[in-house]
Design a protein around this ligand. Structure first.
Ligand code: CA
Length: 607
């Protein structure tokens, strides 16, 4: 008896044995009260768990071939109240306790995203350094090195929170952060796509609580937050890699085996089994072990991470990285589970294809020949992004160039709900639109006018508003340059307007004007789209509803003005006499005939 007491006294909170319990906490009031706990600690698999917390029932325990893991299945019933549950782990006469927190899940429906939104994508390491005290953190391998484009530059969550007013005044309604979870990798950890702990913000960005505060501050301003998640892979320095929960936790090969990145193998009727296998199971990179989502323990673990972050931070959306790379049926079950728990919650999946035929396979409510349904609320419209590059990069004659946009949109019948697509000119993985299209302010303005008025949910990559350059051939780090003004001592600041060149100021004013106009324009949010075959270097389309109509004209000719003849668009102009170009403020007295300058966009509100 004395021995037992001493043992109990020696192991008061289980800290000596248990080093991880994931999820670290959970929530009362969930529609589905089942919970899988992953417990990691020396020989924890030989213990059994009990709790006498009211409303919690231990359903079952699952063990793998690794004795250092125990999977505990709890049922958190409707009777469970927020509080601290004591979990007691028993092995013979040995007892360990672990205090487990239950919080109340946030109430209210999910805020969601739709075409009324504009999402600002930013990379936390590169936007603003709100606190230099976290630039170097003990225990983190990679330390600050701003001189290295692929190194850590010191940006953080506080930097984002401190500058929400800037983003609000820019006219965006949501922000999507590239991943901020712990990436304790030896190099290139700044981009965040090599998770080393699913439940912990990287301390160089700040704490979980700081992220929750960022979301709360965004909500105060009427803005929403999208979190970037990666289910396909982890970082090679994830703590699992030192002691894998099971051999089949990740896909393992005799030697390093890379994915073929050929995401068309899923819908290709002629794809070989070998190619399909490599697509799903090959590693994305040598530092990114590929998770086996076909293992139900992995599946539940991943699904719970998303539910935890939604409930913990009152999140508004998830952007799922490399969406076609994990096991597709598991991903469909995941999207369904999120929708059931948080109806209306927004998820956008990154599907990287040139063609809508491939991309639309993953679209919500798409009827695929093989019966696959992704349940994915939204997807990244890369085909449209590539079409904007081809339309504006100056390699085609002006009419063929505009036809790229027209032809791409003509394939929207492939998407049951194309207005859900997230659309963009560029993102963190490609040459910036401004650079791609010849560093012309005029072309930037046309591209932005297009992406903000066509169908879909626009996403704007940070720095676009001041026409930042970024060339992929110089390395990915250079696509993610520091945002001017985000660092103490920056001579140039977008936040204050200090030191900006005239073209940068011009681009910023233009972006602000269009975004803030768009914000209040119902016809752009919910109106229909009608477009006309490009001719003579001109592309004309209308966004219209019963109440309103907006005419967008793009003149892609290099040097020549053009006269627009209203009779060519009679079915859209009928009933309207005049209009105002919201960009120039110019009043169009006669819609029957008016001119447009070369390389110019007009967004005309019809009256
Ligand atoms: Ca910092």
């Amino acid at each position: 008896m004395i021995v037992l007491l001493m043992l109990t006294a020696l192991l008061p909170a289980g800290a000596q044995v248990i080093d991880h319990v994931d999820p670290p906490s959970w929530f009362t009031g969930m529609k589905d009260g089942s919970l899988q706990l992953m417990v990691h600690g020396k020989e924890i698999g030989s213990y059994a768990v009990t709790t006498d917390y009211p409303g919690i029932e231990v359903k079952t325990m699952v063990r793998t071939e690794n004795p250092n893991y125990l999977f505990v299945y709890l049922d958190i019933t409707g009777k469970a109240l927020p509080g601290t549950a004591t979990l007691t782990f028993t092995r013979g006469k040995q007892k360990i306790t672990h205090e487990y927190q239950l919080f109340e899940r946030p109430g209210g429906p999910a805020r969601g995203f739709n075409s009324s939104d504009v999402i600002y994508l930013l990379m936390p390491d590169r936007f603003a350094n709100g606190s230099t005290s976290n630039d170097n953190v003990e225990g983190m391998t990679e330390q600050l090195n701003r001189a290295n484009p692929g190194g850590r530059h010191g940006g953080d969550l506080k930097g984002i929170t401190d500058n929400l007013d800037y983003l609000h005044s820019l006219g965006v309604t949501g922000i999507w952060l590239n991943p901020f979870l712990e990436n304790n990798q030896h190099h290139s950890s700044y981009h965040g796509y090599s998770t080393t702990d699913f439940y912990k913000s990287d301390p160089r960005y700040g704490s979980n609580e700081e992220f929750r505060n960022l979301v709360a501050e965004a909500h105060k301003r009427g803005m929403k937050v999208v979190m970037d998640m990666i289910f396909n892979h982890i970082g090679s320095f994830h703590w699992w890699m030192k002691d894998l929960p099971s051999n089949d936790w990740i896909h393992q090969f005799d030697e390093f085996t890379r994915t073929n990145y050929r995401a068309s193998t899923y819908m290709d009727p002629y794809a070989s089994e070998k190619d399909k296998m490599l697509m799903e199971k090959g590693w994305f990179d040598i530092t990114m072990p590929d998770l086996n989502q076909s293992n139900p323990l992995v599946e539940t673990y991943l699904i719970q991470t998303s539910l935890w972050w939604i409930a913990f931070s009152d999140l508004d959306g998830i952007r799922m990285d490399t969406y076609p790379y994990p096991q597709p049926d598991m991903m469909a079950r995941w999207a369904k589970r999120v929708e059931e728990e948080f109806p209306g919650f927004f998820i956008v999946g990154e599907v990287w294809y040139d063609d809508p035929s491939h991309a639309s396979y993953w679209a919500l409510n798409k009827v695929n020949p093989d019966g696959y349904r992704s349940n994915l609320p939204s997807l990244t419209d890369l085909p449209l992004c590539f079409a904007t590059h081809r339309a504006f990069e100056g390699k085609l004659n002006p009419t063929d160039a505009m036809s790229r946009l027209y032809n791409l949109l003509s394939q929207d019948f492939l998407y049951p709900e194309p207005f859900r697509n997230v659309i963009f000119l560029d993102n963190h993985d490609m040459t910036r639109f401004f650079t791609q299209t010849g560093s012309s302010l005029d072309i930037y303005k046309m591209g932005l006018a297009f992406i903000m008025t066509t169908r879909g949910i626009p996403q704007l990559y940070y720095g676009t508003e001041i026409i930042m350059e970024g060339d992929k051939s110089k390395g990915d780090g250079r696509l993610r340059d520091d945002f001017p003004g985000g660092w103490p001592g920056d001579g140039k600041s977008v936040f204050t307007g200090t030191g900006l060149t005239d073209p940068e100021k011009d681009a910023l004013d233009y972006t602000r004007l269009i975004l803030n106009w768009r914000k209040t324009k119902d016809v752009i949010h919910t109106g229909k789209l009608k477009h006309y075959i490009p001719a003579d270097g001109i592309y004309v389309y209308f966004r219209y509803s019963n109440d309103e109509s907006v005419m967008v004209v793009l003149n892609n000719n290099e040097k020549e003005s053009r006269t627009i003849h209203g009779e060519n668009y009679a079915e859209s102009i009928e009933g309207f006499k005049e209009g105002t170009d919201i960009i120039s403020g110019r009043k169009i007295e006669d819609l029957g005939s008016f001119t447009i300058a070369p390389k110019t966009a007009m967004i005309i509100e019809l009256k």
